[in-house]
Design a protein around this ligand. Structure first.
Ligand SMILES: Cc1ncc(COP(=O)(O)O)c(C=O)c1O
Ligand SMILES: N[C@@H](CCOP(=O)(O)O)C(=O)O
Length: 430
C-alpha cells in the first residue's frame, strides 16, 4: 500500500517508508492511497473468525506487500495476546475494555504492532533508529514497554511535567535501557509541536534516523481499528444500531474506528466524547476549527488542544462538513460531570470506570437522549487504577492494584527536564 501526505507537498511512499519516517517531509500525516472494503463473506464469517484472523484480514491491505503474510500473522498474534471484553451495563450501554495489555491502556496494541513492524524492517539494518514520542499520559508508557530492549531502537519520550498521573509517570520514566524520558515544562501540545519540529530539522535528520510512535505513524494508528471490529463481533447478534462513543484527545482512536467503517463495519454513528478540550465539539456546532491551548483535567490523557488526527478525519469525509456531521456527534464534559458519571456508573452498575471512560459514558448518554433505539459502546481506554487518586476519591473505595501496575510501583524515576526545542535538539545530538 502506498501512502500520501495530507499536506500534498511530498511524494507518496510505501508502508515501510511511512513507518520509518513517521511524518512526511512536508510535515503532513500519511494516509493510505486506497481503502478497499472487506468482502461480505468476511463480515458474514465474523462469528467463526478469531480476533487474530479478523485483525489479520483487516490490516492486510495496509501493510502488504512490504510485510509478507506469514510475518504479518506472527505480528498480529504477538500483538493481540490479551483480551478485549465487552461488558454490558444495560440494554443501551456497553463498554469495551481496552486495558488488558501490559500498560493497561488502549495504546498497547498500536505500540506493540509498530514495534514489530519496525523490528522487521530494521532486521538487516545496522543504523540505529530514534523513536520520538509525545505523550499526555498513556502513549509514552505503552511505547516504552513495547520498544524496551529492542535492538537498534532508542526511544525518547516527551511528557508534560506535572500533567500525567503518578502511575503513568512511573510507567514512562522507570524502565531505563533504551528508553529516555524528557519532562517538558509545558503542555502535551508543546511536546507534540517539538516532536514535529524535530522531523523538519535537517541538522537532526542528517545525523540520525528519526521516527514517531505517536498515532501520526500509520503503524501505530491503523491497528486501533481492530477494537471496533472486536466489539461488533461481541454485540452484533444482540443489537442492530451500534454506535461508538470514543473518549478523544488526539483523535487517532476514533479516526481508526472510521477506517473500520470504511472497510464495511456496520457502525451507525460515532460520538467524540471530550473533556473541556473540545475543539471538535465546537467545530461541529460552529463549522469553525479553532484549536486553543489545552486545559488540565482529570481525564489528562485527553488534554489536547490541537488534535493531530482531525485532518485524517477530514480526509475520510472529503472535507464535507455535512457528511461528517451525519456520522459524528461530539459532546464536551467538565471534571465535575465526569466525577458524577464515575459515581453513577459505580452506584448503578457496580462498575469502576476511569475518568476517560466516564467521559465516554456521558457521550453515550448525550447521544441516546435523541437516539433511544441505539446501542452505545463507550471505550474504556485505560484501567481505573492508572488514575488511582481520582478514582478512589470519587468512589471512596480502595482499589486492588493489578500486577501490571504493581510492577512499576516504587521504581526510581529518571527524567531530564527541558523547556524549549533547542534543549530537545541538544539532547538528541548528545
Ligand atoms: C486513556 C485515554 N483515553 C483516551 C485517549 C484519547 O485517544 P486519542 O488520542 O486517540 O483520541 C487517550 C490518549 O490518547 C488515552 O490515553
Ligand atoms: N493521549 C495520548 C496522546 C498522544 O496520542 P497518540 O495516539 O497520538 O499517541 C497519550 O496518552 O499520550
Amino acid at each position: 500500500m502506498n501512502y500520501y501526505s495530507l499536506n500534498h507537498k511530498a511524494p507518496s511512499t510505501s508502508f515501510k517508508e511511512a513507518v520509518i519516517k513517521g511524518l512526511a517531509p512536508d510535515k503532513g500525516l500519511y494516509f493510505p492511497e486506497k481503502i478497499t472494503p472487506l468482502p461480505k463473506s468476511f463480515w458474514d464469517a465474523i462469528d467463526d473468525l478469531s480476533y487474530t484472523e479478523l485483525a489479520f484480514e483487516a490490516i492486510k491491505q495496509f501493510v502488504s506487500p512490504e510485510i509478507p503474510k506469514t510475518v504479518l500473522k506472527t505480528i498480529v498474534e504477538e500483538t493481540l495476546s490479551f483480551d478485549f471484553p465487552v461488558i454490558k451495563l444495560n440494554d443501551h450501554i456497553s463498554t469495551l475494555e481496552l486495558f488488558h495489555g501490559p500498560t493497561m491502556a488502549f495504546k498497547d496494541v498500536g505500540a506493540r504492532f509498530m514495534a514489530r513492524c519496525l523490528g522487521y524492517f530494521n532486521k538487516n539494518n545496522d543504523e540505529e533508529v530514534t523513536v520520538l514520542v509525545a505523550t499526555s499520559g498513556d502513549t509514552g508508557g505503552a511505547v516504552a514497554n513495547g520498544f524496551l530492549g529492542v535492538k537498534g531502537v532508542n526511544v525518547v519520550i516527551l511528557y508534560p511535567s506535572g500533567k500525567v498521573s503518578d502511575i503513568q509517570e512511573m510507567q514512562l520514566t522507570t524502565l531505563g535501557q533504551n528508553i529516555k524520558a524528557l519532562e517538558v515544562h509545558g503542555t502535551f501540545d508543546d511536546c507534540q509541536a517539538m516532536v514535529k519540529t524535530a522531523f523538519l530539522d535537517e541538522e537532526l535528520t542528517n545525523n540520525m534516523q528519526l521516527t514517531s510512535a505517536n498515532s501520526i505513524n500509520v503503524a501505530r494508528w491503523l491497528p486501533q481499528l481492530f477494537y471496533f471490529i472486536f466489539a461488533y463481533k461481541q454485540l452484533h447478534k444482540q443489537y442492530k444500531n451500534i454506535v461508538f462513543s470514543v473518549p478523544s484527545g488526539n483523535f487517532g482512536n476514533i479516526c481508526a474506528g472510521m477506517m473500520a467503517q470504511q472497510l464495511g463495519l456496520p457502525v451507525k454513528h460515532f460520538i467524540a466524547s471530550n473533556n473541556e478540550n473540545n475543539v471538535v465539539t465546537r467545530y461541529l456546532i460552529s463549522k469553525l476549527y479553532e484549536p486553543k491551548p489545552s486545559v488540565q483535567t482529570i481525564s489528562n490523557a485527553m488534554d489536547v488542544g490541537a488534535p493531530s488526527n482531525f485532518i485524517r478525519i477530514q480526509e475520510i469525509y472529503k472535507n464535507n462538513f455535512d457528511a461528517l456531521k451525519d456520522n459524528l456527534s461530539s459532546f464536551s464534559f467538565s471534571d465535575e460531570e465526569t466525577r458524577e458519571a464515575m459515581l453513577e456508573i459505580y452506584n448503578h452498575y457496580l462498575y469502576v470506570a476511569d475518568p476517560h471512560g466516564a467521559v465516554g459514558y456521558l457521550g453515550c448518554k448525550g447521544y441516546l437522549k435523541e437516539n433511544p433505539e441505539a446501542h452505545c459502546v463507550f471505550l474504556e481506554t485505560a484501567h481505573p487504577t492508572k488514575f488511582l487518586d481520582v478514582v478512589e476519591d470519587v468512589i471512596e473505595e480502595k482499589q486492588p492494584l493489578p500486577v501490571q501496575i504493581q510492577s512499576v510501583m516504587g521504581k526510581e524515576k529518571v527524567s531530564v527536564e527541558i523547556s524549549v526545542y533547542e534543549e530537545l535538539k541538544s539532547f538528541l545530538l548528545s
